[in-house]
Design a protein around this ligand. Sequence first.
Ligand SMILES: Nc1nc2c(ncn2[C@@H]2O[C@H](COP(=O)(O)OP(=O)(O)OP(=O)(O)O)[C@@H](O)[C@H]2O)c(=O)[nH]1
Ligand SMILES: [Zn+2]
Length: 348
Amino acid sequence: MARRVRDEHARFARPSKHGSRPRTKQRPEHADAVTGLVVGVDRGRYTLVIDDGGPDEREISAMKARELSRTRAVIGDRVDVVGDTTGSEGTLARIVRITERTSVLRRTADDTDPYERIVVANADQLVVVTALAQPEPRTGMIDRCVVAAYDARMDVLLCLTKADLASPDELRDLYTPLGVEVVVARQDSTDTVEAVREHLLGRTSVLVGHSGVGKSTLINALVPDAARATGVVNDVTGRGRHTSTSAVALRLPDPGGPPGAHDGWVIDTPGVRSFGLAHVEVGHLLAAFDDLDEVAARCPRGCTHLADAPDCALDEWVAQAPEGQVRTTRESRLSSFRRLLGSRTATV
Ligand SMILES: Nc1nc2c(ncn2[C@@H]2O[C@H](COP(=O)(O)OP(=O)(O)OP(=O)(O)O)[C@@H](O)[C@H]2O)c(=O)[nH]1
Ligand SMILES: [Zn+2]
């Protein structure tokens, strides 16, 4: 790890255009750096939590050191900071390193911002919040979220809200074969909120969902003091804090722990409507389907694995299955996988 960080460090230390010596020579090693978690970003000003969950936990403000100028830290990043890291009023520390990310979730480019941007780093779970009614669920959107999550090597939790209005059975049947966990919630039942919490404890989860699905209702139930613990992020740059994608990182209370305990992070992403799928590789998607991945190793070179692919080993795998449960399961795995493959290019 130390090695990797140093390499990255060196990459930012190219000689400047103006012919000064490489900066590496002048820069101290930052041996005194402490590590923080980015929970908020607002126009170049970062809010970090230091010693997350430890006895010296505190929030500090920081900005990037000059050598990091081309790299954006995003919510969820683990960063090394130097300078005044006490968090006292008026202090500002400097971020000198971004630790290698375990996952990146990308937002699609849109009219207001032509670049695909990383929205959240190091999250391990994408929670797709979908109402069972009002608004009607849209499977195209769910599929795209699943693809984005699998590409980012994140797990997916499908959280079906407004269960008082419609049955979850159909959607559950559709997504369970994809390896997606499904949990059901309704506003009038605290039991369901606690069921959702069980899936989130100890993890860093990103919540996405269309307007009106009940995401805020759910977050308020999970994190009652959300307003206080909120880190506001403007990840779009230069546009002011209320435009476009502002994400919020919230500590998830753990009712099973001592008073005030929290265990895990819930990241809300208002304004993120879809994820970039343009660069999703078939291999990444396949990797999320262990059984298919193994079979696909026998496919002809360059096989697209789509329904019209000649000699795709996945078709043979289904055809060879004994009739009955095994065949049905394989069929549904393959058709689910192909549906996701197709959704990479669909516009929703
Ligand atoms: N019937 C029913 N209505 C719900 C439930 N959960 C939320 N609602 C209602 O759905 C509406 C939208 O809920 P919000 O929590 O504001 O939805 P949101 O996803 O945060 O939407 P935005 O605030 O627009 O992003 C509100 O009127 C809620 O009262 C539920 O479980 N059942
Ligand atoms: Zn194939």
